[in-house]
Design a protein around this ligand. Structure first.
Ligand SMILES: [Fe+2]
Ligand SMILES: [Fe+2]
Length: 241
């Protein structure tokens, strides 16, 4: 377990003094961080699949190495988040949906690579960068902040892998097919993310915010800002919207 977390129990009088808020973790705090263990593992699966698909199509080795680096980051996040859950009195990871564990299919590898690049990295990791920065700004419980310090530092690199892969695909021998697929599907993918990020609801308490829990409006606002400021301009620059 990370040294910072080893000493960061929820009754730690030092953290209570530092934060100035009650740090008792609510059920929502525990369940949100438990869910984040699983999402870190899922992100690790996506990064490993991305590395394998890049390898299948003979992508440049620096992209493949970057994908392995992201997979390592996500496993480190899972470990840190699990430590935080233990400090908050929560449980360990819930199992990943086995449907996510399929190996790359050689018949659809290029399509899967394009879809995964845009959905999991260009969009989801870029939104994660913005959302975790927002969560980090309100997190005052020392143990949560220590984990979020690492996550906010790593997330921009994960989004960057998506944009670098996209640029490589748009220069590749399959560039016409790649461009056709994305311009045909992008509106639908954005609508799917919009429905997901705007579905969360419910206000959170101030001490839940201190533990790194956003409310539904925070999530929707981060998504809308990201879409307008980060995503649409970057897709437009590449002639994809
Ligand atoms: Fe992560
Ligand atoms: Fe990530």
């Amino acid at each position: 377990m990370h040294e910072l977390l080893r000493s960061a129990g929820r009754h730690d009088p030092v953290s209570q003094r530092m934060t100035g808020v009650a740090v008792e973790a609510s059920e929502r705090v525990r369940s949100t961080w438990e869910y984040r263990i699983t999402t870190e593992y899922v992100s690790g699966v996506y990064a490993q699949d991305h590395a394998r698909r890049l390898t299948y199509v003979g992508a440049s080795p620096d992209l493949i190495e970057a994908a392995f680096g992201v997979a390592g980051d996500e496993l480190r996040h899972a470990s840190l988040v699990a430590g935080l859950c233990a400090a908050a009195g929560g449980a360990s990871a819930t199992p990943i949906d086995p449907a996510l564990l399929a190996f790359p299919n050689p018949d659809t590898v290029l399509t899967d690579l394009v879809v995964g690049t845009v959905q999991n990295f260009c969009i989801a990791e870029t939104v994660a960068t913005r959302l975790f920065r927002h969560i980090h700004a309100s997190a005052t419980v020392a143990a949560a902040r220590a984990v979020l310090d690492v996550i906010v530092e790593d997330e921009p690199r994960h989004g960057a892998l998506g944009w670098a892969t996209l640029d490589w695909l748009l220069e590749s021998a399959w560039r016409d097919d790649v461009r056709r697929l994305i311009t045909t599907e992008l509106d639908g993918w954005i609508a799917m993310f919009d429905a997901s990020y705007c579905a969360a609801s419910g206000a959170v308490m101030e001490d839940e915010r201190a533990w790194g829990i956003p409310d539904g409006d925070d999530v929707a606002a981060a998504w809308r800002t990201c879409l307008a400021t980060d995503l649409v301009p970057r897709f437009a620059k590449r002639g994809l919207v």
